[in-house]
Design a protein around this ligand. Structure first.
Ligand code: URA
Length: 243
């Protein structure tokens, strides 16, 4: 049969998990081409107008999902326990992670179906800031701040200027990076004779982790999506047009 299942289409558009959207459908809250459809398995003709609770659905072609990664999960499809196990209800096959977090790291991990957005967010040319909270074995001081600002040699190449801000207890700090090299923060602190005990990503460009509980995932809001595209020079236009 032609067309995609209604529950799958709605989940892909970020209306909730397959289970949640199936409930909406059974409650008679979804119309396809103006007609109420109560079967979550209904095959939606391509390009058909959809309404949910009386409001036309803007058919977004891409989905972006923000996960609060807990420690102990691997940013990989093949190694376990995988972060994909935390994305149940989302179309995991189509979602790729924007960069990685180490197994023991936690916090904001973004997934997207948009390859161009992914490329721009991970390319240092676009200088998208990533903000981390770090707990360290030893306190950090002004010399460390200077070194982070100057750049630290890793594998023969200097890191881009990074901001290091000690918190009230100087064994805790915030770090802002504009690139994402392998184990970058851990290696930068190791080069300063220190050791990272805990690492949590709080923000990626305009996106904030906020109070999303660990292990939970949610689609981006429209405002977040807009801000994200604008941050990598894709604002306003159709991202597919700017390859
Ligand atoms: N830097 C690290 O060392 N690890 C991460 O997961 C992210 C940044």
């Amino acid at each position: 049969m032609k067309g995609e299942r209604l529950d799958k289409v709605l989940a892909r558009l970020g209306l909730g998990s397959r289970k949640e959207v199936a409930r909406l459908v059974r409650q008679g809250k979804v119309r396809v081409l103006g007609q109420v459809v109560k079967d979550p398995g209904f095959r939606v003709p391509e390009g058909a107008a959809l309404e949910v609770e009386g409001r036309p659905l803007e058919v977004r072609r891409h989905l972006h999902v923000l996960l609060h990664k807990p420690p102990g999960f691997v940013t990989s499809r093949t190694e376990g326990p995988s972060v994909y196990a935390l994305l149940q209800g989302f179309p995991t096959r189509d979602l790729s992670p924007v960069g990685r977090l180490d197994k023991d790291a936690e916090g904001l991990l973004l997934f997207t179906t948009d390859g161009l957005l992914l490329h721009r967010l991970t390319h240092p040319r676009h200088k998208v800031a990533k903000r981390y909270l770090v707990h360290l074995e030893r306190p950090v001081g002004p010399k460390d701040q200077e070194a982070f600002r100057e750049g630290i040699l890793l594998d023969g190449k200097k890191t881009l200027p990074a901001e290091l801000t000690p918190l009230e207890d100087p064994t805790w700090a915030e770090v802002v990076l504009k690139e994402g090299r392998f184990h970058q923060i851990k290696r930068m602190f190791r080069a300063r004779g220190n050791r990272v005990l805990r690492l949590k990503r709080l923000a990626l460009g305009p996106l904030e982790l906020g109070d999303l509980p660990p292990g939970k995932a949610r689609p981006l809001t429209e405002a977040e999506e807009k801000a994200l595209y604008a941050a990598v020079g894709l604002g306003g236009e159709d991202p597919e047009d700017e390859v």
